[in-house]
Design a protein around this ligand. Structure first.
Ligand code: BES
Ligand code: MN
Length: 457
């Protein structure tokens, strides 16, 4: 019998053009989960994925409706005594605005040089397809060497509000040895990376109300507290001069960075110059005493994600706005609790909001951080696969972004996740001109082929 490894890799090599055209199909569906008008597109993306699973010969393919986007499930359990792996993906994407900054249509996937440009190319339709195409290569060359279950959700980009309850009520169908999550990226195209930590999130909308309606800023400027000024003052007070967050108790439960881990993270090939280049800022900022890599990976942060108030049109209009609004979120680390963070923010506002305005706080999303066990057999199989394809051992990184399902699966299924995807730091995720590097994508497919085969008993 010819070696399946060779045959599957050859299949992937021969089918690159097919893989790319399937990739373009899913990238053409504007499955934006934050906007209600895209509900039919969400449905279409879910159905497209179920069709892919059916074409792969999955035994059971099911679309589960939820209060939000449908969950797509498929399974192929044909290898007795082999491990069962639950593969996670999300088919929803972020909004595209500011749309005029895109050089090509966000849902008209376009290959330019080595990259494919489209919303979701990197985060994470491309990464979801890596797992699907690796499975296809194996299925078409003798069959899956292990048992697989797929779980695709369509609300990751809005905090997975309906996923935990779905998992909790379907623990039997989702039972597995461990999970695989490709919703992540690499330090650089030459640096294969396994992510072992993710930050959590607590997301809020803060509204500040002043006068009953906009006022002439000459007639009333000086006698009323401008809500835009008041909001700015409140936000300014949320950090001290060392870049630390001032909410009462914010750091109480933060898991401290150990000496060994600190030394290990310091060895990662990530430099200040990379951050300067990737962001375009004139200088870096952050909590004193921590490197950029620690600031994003192991320390919690607070950021304003958007602000709205008063006159923002062309020219000048002299008003005191009636209200002001800010979207404020915290990235959390182990063992911070989003609900406690909510209480801390309320306490901060009660203490610091002046009596001459009214305010209102809404909690929009929350999920805790996670750390994954690096001794999981899945991690070993993935490390070996990456080493085979890249010719070097993978780097282990704690990521600043959030993937709520990783913690949900730990808590509700008792399973660890192997987190490995092939996005790059300059992919413009959540920004205009999102892209995926295609040579890296093809290598990722090869890596998952090796990974699945490495798990064969
Ligand atoms: N794929 C990202 C998370 C990520 C970012 C992993 C960078 C590794 C590197 C994911 O789709 C994402 O953006 N999640 C949101 C989740 C939030 C709404 C709960 C995030 O992190 O903002
Ligand atoms: Mn993602």
């Amino acid at each position: 019998m010819a070696d399946q490894r060779e045959n599957a890799l050859q299949y992937a090599q021969n089918n690159r053009a097919n893989f790319l055209s399937t990739y373009k199909e899913i990238l053409s569906i504007p499955s934006i989960s934050t906007e209600k008008t895209h509900k039919p597109d969400i449905q279409r993306a879910a159905e497209w994925l179920s069709a892919q699973l059916r074409a792969l010969g999955m035994q059971k393919v099911q679309l589960f409706p939820t209060a939000g986007s449908p969950i797509v499930y498929g399974e192929c359990l044909e290898v007795p005594n082999a491990p069962t792996v639950l593969i996670y993906g999300h088919y929803d994407v972020q909004p595209v605005d500011p749309v005029d900054l895109w050089k090509t249509g966000p849902f008209e996937p376009t290959v330019i040089g080595e990259d494919i440009f489209a919303r979701g190319a990197s985060d994470m339709k491309g990464q979801a397809l890596v797992t699907l195409k690796a499975a296809e290569a194996l299925i078409r060359t003798g069959g899956m060497p292990i048992n697989i279950k797929w779980l695709f959700e369509g609300e990751e980009e809005v905090g997975s509000p309906n996923l935990a309850s779905f998992i909790a009520s379907h623990t039997e169908i989702l039972a597995c040895d461990f999970a695989v999550n490709s919703d992540s990226g690499m330090i650089g195209s030459d640096f294969p990376t396994i992510t072992y930590g993710l930050r959590g999130l607590a997301y809020f909308e803060l509204r500040v109300y002043g006068p009953a309606h906009d006022l002439h800023s000459g007639m009333f400027g000086g006698v009323v507290h401008n809500p835009a000024n008041a909001l700015a003052e409140l936000i300014a007070g949320m950090h001290d001069s060392n870049g630390r967050v001032t909410l009462p108790g914010f750091y109480n439960r933060v898991l401290k960075l150990g000496k060994n881990e600190r030394a290990e993270l310091a060895r990662l090939p990530i430099y200040d110059s990379d951050y300067l280049e990737q962001t375009g800022v004139p200088a870096l900022y952050g909590e004193a005493g921590y490197s950029p890599n620690e600031q994003t990976g192991v320390r919690p942060t607070l950021d304003v994600n958007g602000m709205l108030s008063g006159f923002t049109g062309e020219g000048s209009k002299t008003v005191i706005p009636a209200w002001a609004m800010a979207k404020i979120s915290m990235r959390l680390v182990p063992n911070q609790d989003p609900q406690k963070i909510h209480k801390q923010l309320l306490r901060y506002l009660k203490k610091n909001a002046p009596a001459d305005i009214r305010w209102e706080l809404k909690s929009l999303a929350g999920s805790p951080a996670s750390i994954s066990d690096r001794n999981n057999p899945g991690v070993q199989a993935m490390a070996k696969a990456l080493e085979t394809v890249w010719g070097k051992r993978p780097y282990f990184k704690r990521e600043g972004g959030s993937i709520p399902v990783v913690g949900d699966m730990q808590r509700l299924l008792g399973v660890e996740s192997v987190i490995c995807g092939f996005g790059l730091p300059d992919d413009n995720v959540h920004a205009p001109n999102e892209k995926q590097n295609l040579p890296t994508w093809y290598r990722g497919i090869d890596a998952y082929i090796h990974f699945f085969l490495n798990l064969k008993p």
